[in-house]
Ligand binder design. Sequence first.
Ligand code: FPP
Length: 253
Amino acid sequence: MSLISSIFSSIRVPTVKELKKNIIPEHVAIIMDGNGRWAVKRKLPRSAGHKAGVEALREVITACVQLGIKFLTVYSFSSENWQRPKDEVNFLLNLFLESLKEELGALNKNGVRVFLIGDRKLIPYKILEAFENAEKQTANNTKLFFSIAFNYGSRQEIVDAARKIHKAAERNDIDIEKLDEKTFSDYLFTKECPDPDFLIRTSGEYRVSNFLLWQIAYCEFYFVKTLWPDFKRKNFLKAIYYYQQRSRRFGRL
Ligand code: FPP
């Protein structure tokens, strides 16, 4: 173990009370990576890793509500993930269907509002219906705005926004000369959310994989070796502790 990683792992997990209430990120984004490797390590099928990943997500959502985090965005299925083996894609689609149904009660109880970000046109009808049903059933919840990136790709999102802006300009709905960053953001899937303050990626990969490229301009990054199914409440609290040590300057001194 290197010196840096041994210092990292030696830090005691803070309790919710020990975290500074005034430095809680408003918006946390997560790339939940490592489900497959978690399963392979245990000689289980990759599907078992995805199933265990839902457990981890449940713990993190609950912790977000407890900490007063207002927005959580997770990368659950990228527009590139359709290229995975058919069996794995089908398993994942069924897992989304089941999880959305099974978790609805708990999400409502915790005041969580579900929102889908991604290209809805290319999502199979049954899946889209389940997402839209969850959105409808949770629409009045205000504790946590939980965005699920599904069939999502950030470059496509930006190109799509440019196309919509062009159309709006043709209709004279906007003056292209006055187009600014705020107006541009209003054409993204994430228009309802502030930019993420903190991006977590699990599994020891150090990349952003076409996730929220526009939105993470001033985000703090946290890359951790833990595989997603092992990233539980205590790992999340530790991540927030590290966030609280950062000095955010947004380009200023
Ligand atoms: C990445 O691990 C994980 C995924 C592609 C799927 C994540 C989905 C869930 C945890 C289910 C979420 C459910 C809802 C309802 C939001 P990987 O397969 O890329 O792992 P590997 O890199 O080890 O192969």
